[in-house]
Design a protein around this ligand. Structure first.
Ligand code: GAP
Length: 489
């Protein structure tokens, strides 16, 4: 655990030191569970977004994207069930006054048991917890906490309140003269992007002439008043989701659920991260809208945790919106039903949802990419920190480094950048020794460093250094664009 904690802390420090992620409003000591992406982080995040968007829309025959507003009519959240059901069971420690999400408190304890090599006991506690959560058995959950003497990390005591439910949605008011008590003016910051898709189902279906099965994808901010917001960008109060709702004929949900599980896992593996870093976890307690659900879990530095959810949401959401809005949410399917020989006719489609947190994906990518390498030789100690980011995600694809600040070398470097910057992001650096510049680029995850030297002036060749192998080769300047584009894929 010490190593895992150290590794995680090292990644957090690295993110700050190299301009990936800063605590929000840091000069005012930050805001808990809110983070800003810096000059490198915003590029990496955008590259992840683009990769998801392209594979979920452009490379699919029947999925289109939208960009719905964060504010939605408040009835949306009544219809979706979030006003009544988007709660988490919480427990307060009476001595420290600290509030915990019950599942997080028990999970943290089971993690400690695992570290102490009591895996069986840890599995048993998690299984008990899942069963009790599934039954909303709060007395049983409190007993589980007390029987195992699970204590508060701050006070160290087991002096707990009863377990209560807390709603996770943030709300604010619309307009300027209203009182905060005026329920009519209360709007929510969306806790998921999915509802923006559901309320636009017919708009997109009709204007896009979409035929079932089809999907609607969206990337956008979501907000949750997480009580125990911790573990860096793993659990945030403001975060981004990449969601896709796939509308299908009722009765076909099992087959599409399996298909999307496989498709999404393959998407993850296509980034070159080994398969053993992922696993499926079936939900025991299903959300109020689902008839089947699982998580794709990833092995983060703090262990296997949820990265993405695949949910079979039935016709719950569209049916609810139909009821609350009094507007039909039906689709007319004129394909012939082989059983009757007649068109399937009108129905409310079923939905399979894929939902991944962009920030969590960022954490998965960067924590897998991070490596501290010992490069010492018997002659001299040496080390480097390197981010083995896939080229398509790396913030900078190619750094161009003149060996010297004079003799026309910077000008040649500038020409190389001008030639390539339309196709991918390049970076110019002339400060420090070449060795130090290589190390800095390794730490930023830059896959290629190009050095312009005196030979370049004679024969238009440069040295290209590969980040992971550190191998260097001499190539013609005219070859550079091809090499980098091939690696982007
Ligand atoms: N529309 C379904 C939905 O929102 P969810 O399992 O609550 O399902 C989906 O969330 C994904 O969003 C999660 O798998 C996770 O990656 C991400 N996510 C959820 N809450 C988050 C938070 N507080 N901080 C960062 N990411 C979060």
């Amino acid at each position: 655990m010490a190593n895992e904690t150290n590794q995680f802390q090292a990644i957090i420090s690295h993110c700050k030191e190299y301009g990936f992620i800063f605590p929000s409003s840091e000069i005012y000591d930050g805001l808990q569970a809110v983070y800003d992406y810096g000059q490198m982080g915003s590029e990496l995040k955008k590259n992840i977004k683009d990769y998801w968007w392209k594979s979920m829309t452009q490379l699919q025959d029947n999925i289109v994207g939208i960009d719905a507003a964060i504010f939605m009519h408040p009835t949306t959240w009544k219809a979706s069930g979030h006003v009544d059901n988007f709660n988490d069971p919480m427990i307060d420690n009476k001595d420290s006054k600290k509030r915990y999400r019950v599942d997080h408190l028990i999970e943290a304890y089971s993690d400690e048991l695992r570290v102490a090599s009591h895996e069986n006991k840890a599995d048993e506690i998690i299984a008990d917890m899942e069963q009790l959560l599934a039954k909303d058995d709060f007395t049983g959950l409190k007993k589980l906490i007390e029987d195992n003497k699970i204590s508060c990390a701050i006070s160290g005591t087991c002096n707990w309140t009863d377990i209560r439910q807390f709603n996770l949605m943030f709300s604010t008011e619309f307009g300027s003269t209203v009182s905060s008590e005026d329920a009519d003016n209360k709007v929510y910051l969306r806790p998921e992007t999915a509802q923006g898709i559901f309320v636009n189902f017919l708009n997109v279906q009709k204007t896009g002439r979409m035929k079932i099965p089809f999907g609607i994808a969206q990337i956008g901010k979501a907000f949750r008043n997480e009580i125990v917001a911790r573990q860096f960008i793993f659990r945030m109060r403001e975060f981004e989701q990449m969601e896709m709702q796939f509308f299908i004929r009722p009765g076909t949900q099992k087959e599409w659920y399996e298909k999307w599980k496989e498709t999404r896992l393959n998407w993850h593996k296509s980034l070159g991260i080994p398969a053993e870093k992922y696993r499926f976890h079936d939900h025991v307690k299903l959300a109020h809208y689902a008839d089947a659900a699982c998580d794709i879990e990833f092995e983060f530095p703090m262990g296997f945790k949820e990265l993405e959810g695949i949910h079979s949401r039935t016709d719950f959401d569209l049916k609810q919106h139909q009821e609350y809005s009094k507007k039909k949410q039906q689709y007319f399917d004129n394909d012939l039903d082989p059983a009757t020989g007649k068109p399937y006719g009108n129905y409310i489609p079923y939905v399979i949802e894929t939902s991944i947190g962009l920030d969590r994906m960022f954490l998965a990518v960067i924590s897998h990419a991070y490596e501290e390498q010992d490069l010492s030789t018997p002659e001299k100690p040496d080390s480097r920190v390197v981010l083995h980011l896939p080229t398509k995600l790396a913030p900078i694809k190619m750094a161009v480094l003149p060996l010297n600040k004079k003799d026309g070398l910077p000008e040649i470097a500038g020409q190389i950048i001008n030639e390539c910057r339309g196709d991918f992001r390049c970076f110019y650096e002339e400060k420090d020794s070449i060795g130090r510049r290589y190390r800095r680029m390794d730490a930023l995850g830059t896959p290629f460093c190009v050095t312009v030297d005196y030979q370049t002036k004679d024969d238009n060749t440069v040295t290209i250094r590969h980040r992971d192998s550190m191998l260097q080769e001499r190539v013609a300047i005219s070859e550079l664009k091809r090499i980098v584009l091939e690696s982007i894929g």
